[in-house]
Design a protein around this ligand. Sequence first.
Ligand SMILES: Cc1cc2nc3c(=O)[nH]c(=O)nc-3n(C[C@H](O)[C@H](O)[C@H](O)COP(=O)(O)OP(=O)(O)OC[C@H]3O[C@@H](n4cnc5c(N)ncnc54)[C@H](O)[C@@H]3O)c2cc1C
Ligand code: SF4
Length: 526
Amino acid sequence: MAAHEKVDVAIVGAGASGSVYAAVLAQQGKKVVVLEQGPDWKSSDLISSDIWGRRIKPAGGPFILEGKNPVSYGYQGGWGVGGAALHYFANFPRLLPNDFKMKSEHNRARDWPISYADVAPYYDKVAWDIGVSGDAKAEEPWRPAGRPYPMPPMKTFRNGRVWLKGFEAAGIRMVPAAVGMNSIEFKGRPACIYDGWCHVGCPIGALANPLVTYLGDARKAGAEVRPLSTVSRVLTNSDGTRVAGVEYYDQTKERQVQEASVVVLAAWAAQNPRILLNSATERHPKGLANANGLVGKYMMTHFASGTFAIFDDDVENHMGTTGAQYMSYDRYGKTSHKDAFGSSFIIAGTALKTSDLGGFANARLDLFGPDLHAFMKRAARGFTRIGAFGEELPNIENRIELVSDKDEFGMPRAKIIHNYDKEAEALWNANFAEGLTIAKAAGAKEAWSGRGNMPTIHLMGGTIMGTGAADSVVDSYGQSHEIPNLWVAGPGIFTTGGASNPTYTIFALSLRGAERLAANWSSVAG
Ligand SMILES: Cc1cc2nc3c(=O)[nH]c(=O)nc-3n(C[C@H](O)[C@H](O)[C@H](O)COP(=O)(O)OP(=O)(O)OC[C@H]3O[C@@H](n4cnc5c(N)ncnc54)[C@H](O)[C@@H]3O)c2cc1C
Ligand code: SF4
């Protein structure tokens, strides 16, 4: 085992949430080490090809996926520096005020310990830190006014515009989508060229991935990013009152210890609970921060209802970005759909490739041979789709547990058990039904619902925030209730999931948490 100098902060995971903590704390002069299980990707590793793009994604995980609606990796798995945000679509909707008050407004689930007003300044700050394009004024029917976005909206293409007539007929207002992409040059990073390869990472840096934003800032400020370092446990002092560092395995599978004054777990919603549960000691027999048994509980996902259509004209479906061109919160009210409960967030307009993630060759799984060939010919020019993300309410039975089986480093694997309830299914179906109405009103020649297994994307929960140790794992900043120098970041700390893609909120909450940690450094770090 190599000797490593003790650092101020050890951050586990170099993705969306970890990069923010690394930047803020390194800029405050703290000695920061980011331990990342995967490779140290560079922008030059991002090659615009579906085949090559598979190299930068996880090939699976140390998880056993169970339940009626098992969690999937496609739209959330990250591996290597940049995490999943290295190749995300950067749709940047925010949670809305109603998300924070589920219990008080609907007597369902629970309220967040903070309100929209606590997060709003951080949404604005993130937008100007990393670059968001959109029209903040146009969003005001749904949320309190804030700062304008630093860049105007992205360009639109026929694959998005062709739907507008249908949305109008349904009484749904579509506005420019807020996306973490450059509509114009921003902080020395170029404007997007609309070639639609975001899902395998943007080689030119027009997509606000961690490498070209917060992690780049962190490195400039002196943070060390240590790739191929898989953290297995958080270590504590002898009386279990403080964390002392982390145990990890390097690429030769040799055990290493990194001592640190503060540990921030930012290894994604599934890995953070796994590490906490595996860090059990005599003083913490159920795992760290888990005296109340809530670590790994209340896992939540989003489900998307995609409506697919073929139009007569050429909709230029190869053009644009994989993010959306238009968005709407007009179905975001929790009771927007009769006989269903929960928010829906609607998007339209996205570039499509032939195969792989979201490719139109996968849009008719029932077709083979000549029928598939004929479909592909029609779809190549006329295929486009819209989508509505739906909210799943937190359910304590949706959970992560360690199992006896071990991974290559000898760390117990974990199982993620996930089932949707009837309400989630009802919301999924309601969004499909509305999608078909919209497609018809838009003049689609053929339209169908993109069903299949009910999607399970954007994993959240497992280390939820709350007001106290009795009913939550961390406070609203991500500081664990049980051990003051143990922090958790990412979608795992969400109390409820809303229907908005989570990463803008992940960045905002991480910034809020990191600034708090920096401000209270001496009392937290001891
Ligand atoms: C194709 C795709 C499209 C997406 N589109 C959107 C979108 O449009 N909008 C949106 O809001 N979100 C989107 N997402 C989701 C978004 O990327 C995630 O919500 C976000 O990256 C989660 O942030 P995180 O910091 O929790 O995890 P990540 O960004 O995944 O970072 C976690 C990091 O921790 C590392 N790690 C895990 N375990 C360990 C360990 N034991 N030791 C050391 N390191 C470890 C991982 O390798 C990873 O690099 C998309 C994701 C994908 C894959
Ligand atoms: S569409 Fe724009 S953001 Fe996406 S990969 Fe191409 S240049 Fe980058």
